[in-house]
Design a protein around this ligand. Structure first.
Ligand SMILES: [Zn+2]
Length: 62
């Protein structure tokens, strides 16, 4: 099993933050397999918590 992921999921402009509905700029893949979408603001806000959950955070900078 590779320990790092080299491909970054591409977010569509139609993807929305699960918290506030803004355009999503980050995708979170949970250790259990679920996925969340966050705007830049909420990605930052939830970043530390996601680390604890061993979730992977992909940022899409536009
Ligand atoms: Zn948001």
């Amino acid at each position: 099993m590779p320990t790092s992921i080299t491909t970054v999921p591409i977010l569509s402009p139609l993807d929305r933050c699960d918290r506030c509905g803004a355009t999503a700029q980050a995708k979170v893949v949970l250790a259990g397999g679920g996925e969340l979408l966050f705007c830049a603001h909420h990605a930052r806000e939830h970043g530390p918590r996601l680390n604890e959950l061993q979730a992977k955070l992909f940022l899409q900078l536009t």
